[in-house]
Design a protein around this ligand. Sequence first.
Ligand SMILES: Cc1ncc(COP(=O)(O)O)c(C=O)c1O
Length: 398
Amino acid sequence: MDIFDKCLEFTKVEDYKERGIYPYFFPISENYGPRVVMEGREIIMIGSNNYLGLTKDPRVQEAAIKAVEKFGTSCSGSRFLNGTYELHVELEARLAKFVNKEAALMFSTGYQTNVGAIYTILDKNSVVITDKTNHACLFDGILLAKGTNPGMVMRRYKHNDMDDLERVISTVDPELPKLIITDGVFSMEGDIVKLPRLLRIAKTHRARVYVDDAHGMGVLGKTGRGTLEHFHAFDDVDLVTTTFSKSFASLGGFVAGKAEVINYIKHFSRPLIFSAAIPPANTAAVLKALEIIESEPEIVHRLQQTGERMRREFTALGFDTGDSETPIIPILVRDYDKTFAFWKALFEAGIYTNAVVSPAVPADRSLLRTSYMATHTDKDLDQVLDTFKKIGKQMGII
Ligand SMILES: Cc1ncc(COP(=O)(O)O)c(C=O)c1O
């Protein structure tokens, strides 16, 4: 036996490549926002999380360039010791205000934000209750906490099923401290957490509530403040997190909540303390993106209207879009190989989507994940719909 045996035996990727239907790690050679160049061809991108299209906004680009000129290309260290810049401090104050919380703390990726916050908050007496389909980094934070506190309890409830949450939480010792963790918008199928009922259950059972709003911020709410704004629930959610890699056109993330809780995370979170700070260019890009979201809510509205239009038209064509309520619109194919074949046919016709199969979703929910940008033109969207209609019919999907 050799430690690398499993690597040498892993041939599935080569099989799919030989069949010409391997859809992952596809290089982009040029990025125009809603359109990109892949394999030398211009492709309409409906597989990105650049929801507001701000990665190509000249104001955001200029802010990043200026930050490089002023501060250099890296912070060269952790926030804890030598990597905190005034830009970080300014942005944290602005972000806390954006989500109506006392304080915010940034991490270098959205993944680290959730691992770092969850791992630090949970301890040996904690009970964490989590939606089964939450993002992997929420589970990784729980697993890291469990690794250091083996006595800690994790319970899962069925996806967005509040009856099941109630059932699960009712079996937990009422005296133990509890945290309910959920995504705001679920990343694969674009459905929104049933937050009002979740909050009532949390109140009854004296549980704290943690919402990862990676796909909600910049997307939901009248002013783009996300799931909490959508449900008018800023005061009832204890901790909210998001990533900067989606609507905020950058890299990183933040957690926001009560000042004492954020201060505790700041001083005990290993993924924060033992990793380098967000580089100046990325920090300045978020600051500018935030300024644009705050001053131009019409881009958020355009994105919301685009999501509504695409969902309406896909459904009218006969596609199954699941429970999506956001600009993330799954096209359920429900078959592993057919999902890859559909992906390939669309790609050849000039449309890039994300093929999502087990274990990311249950096998009978294999899907193409489509997602839209405020900067997609009506012409882009018409072309997407026409192509889906043609290929969907040819393949017997509609
Ligand atoms: C729901 C959710 N949370 C967190 C993350 C992690 O964010 P990042 O990619 O910025 O590390 C993602 C990224 O895909 C996500 O979808």
